[in-house]
Design a protein around this ligand. Structure first.
Ligand code: 2M8
Length: 415
């Protein structure tokens, strides 16, 4: 791996470091994002263990008293992002958003605790109760009927904002007028690489609704016109529940509560399996139906223990996708009508997805495909720099530049 790219990756993390937290990209995303911080901590772990733990500790400064962890913590003011803290009006200090993101944090803490020995365990002990409180919040308030799977109430909570999987459920959400000039993202990035205005109008309707409910979790769940069991979010939550069980073992804590969530969730996940399509699909809780869209999130259950036949079926689907793209892994099946090669979560290749899928493929023993995901991501970075996402046919870099999670995962992968 080219040494200058390693240096560049390190330079990006240092340039995006705001002292205890890392912004995803200068200008475009000037605050701390939940799941970005998880990936970024893996990169910091290569350079500086204390800084890796600090990333998570600073994120948890934004945790609410009920265990909820917001998807953005606004540690400092910056007018460069919309919607900013004044729109969210969470009334918290530090100011935060009022929705969450995939809780990809316990696997990171487990990795850090193992990597940094006694010191790592001492740090993990401080964060463990906070993580447990977050998971408890999610299993309680986002699964009030105890089905084993949790709901997301906003497309931003999935981390895959304008995924085609949300097109149909989002139709139930009214449009809230957003003057095009209010958006800041399209000033940093060409509009054809970002979500459409119509999507933003629905995103903002949900924000105004949750704000009017004072972010009360039970009311938000009840009132939200968008209520989806996202297969990606649930796979990552269950993977994180499993990591909590392992952390509990490492730290001498009682693992029974996370083990219960994990076991119940694993059997409930069966409802998301689509045998005919050979992949998992999200569930729209209003229609009660699985959402017929082929997205990369449907492969994330590879991170979980799966029966052999299921894992092999998923592998077959993976291979058929691989036959349709030059660079893996496209966020949407390229031959699908709703695929858009340059538009954000509707087609491009994303570093964290490659990294998570590779981890899952290794877990299932599919080393060759995991190696391909790594090879492709490294080739994209080496050819096009540390971008937010990449064109799956040409390898062109898209979206933000100097992107933290791409730099961090590159470091973690080449170390
Ligand atoms: C993107 O989402 C934010 C909203 O959270 C946005 O577009 O304004 C997504 O790619 C999300 O997954 C990511 O965490 C965030 C920061 O990188 O940007």
């Amino acid at each position: 791996m080219p040494l200058d790219r390693v240096k560049e990756a390190e330079g990006i993390l240092r340039a995006n470091d705001r002292g205890g937290y890392t912004v995803p990209a200068q200008g475009l995303y000037p605050f701390q994002w939940l799941w970005d911080s998880g990936f970024v901590a893996l990169g910091w772990a290569v350079l500086d263990g204390d800084r890796a733990f600090a990333e998570l500790e600073t994120l948890f400064l934004g945790q609410w008293e009920n265990g909820f962890l917001p998807h953005i913590v606004f540690h400092r003011e910056d007018a460069g992002y919309f919607p900013g803290p004044e729109i969210w009006g969470s009334g918290r200090k530090p100011q935060t958003s009022g929705i969450t993101q995939p809780p990809f944090l316990a696997p990171v803490l487990l990795h850090l605790a193992r990597k940094f020995g006694e010191k790592g365990k001492a740090q993990a002990r401080k964060l463990y109760p906070r993580l447990l409180a977050l998971h408890r919040f999610l299993h309680l308030y986002r699964d009030p009927e105890g089905t084993g799977l949790v709901a997301v109430l906003h497309p931003w909570e999935t981390g895959m904002d304008n995924s085609p999987a949300w097109d149909l459920p989002l139709k139930r959400v009214p449009r809230y007028p957003v003057p095009p000039e209010a958006r800041r993202d399209t000033k940093h990035v060409p509009p054809e690489e970002r979500p459409r205005l119509e999507d933003y109008e629905r995103y903002l309707y949900l924000v105004s609704l949750f704000r009017s409910l004072n972010y009360d979790p039970a009311s938000c769940y009840r009132e939200s016109p968008f209520r989806v069991v996202d297969v990606g979010f649930n796979a990552l939550l269950l993977f994180a529940d499993e990591a909590l069980v392992e952390l509990a073992g490492l730290l001498g804590e009682d693992p029974s509560e996370p083990r219960g969530w994990w076991q119940r969730g694993l059997s409930a996940l069966e409802a998301l399996w689509d045998e005919e399509a050979g992949l998992y699909r999200s569930l729209d809780l209003f229609s009660g139906k699985r959402i017929p869209r082929a997205t990369s999130a449907g492969f994330l259950p590879l991170l979980l223990p799966l029966p052999r036949s299921r894992a092999e079926r998923l592998l077959t689907t993976f291979r058929s996708w691989a036959g349709e793209a030059r660079y893996l892994f496209p966020s949407v099946l390229p031959s699908a009508l709703y695929f858009e090669a340059r538009r954000y979560w509707r087609g491009p290749v994303w570093a964290p997805v490659n990294w998570l899928l590779a981890w899952g493929l290794v877990r299932q023993g599919f080393h060759e495909e995991a190696a391909r995901l790594k090879k492709d991501l490294l080739a994209l970075v080496e050819g096009s720099g540390f971008r937010e996402y990449y064109h799956p046919f040409t390898g062109e870099g898209l979206g933000g530049r100097g992107f933290s999670w791409t730099a961090a995962l590159y470091l973690a992968w080449v170390q």
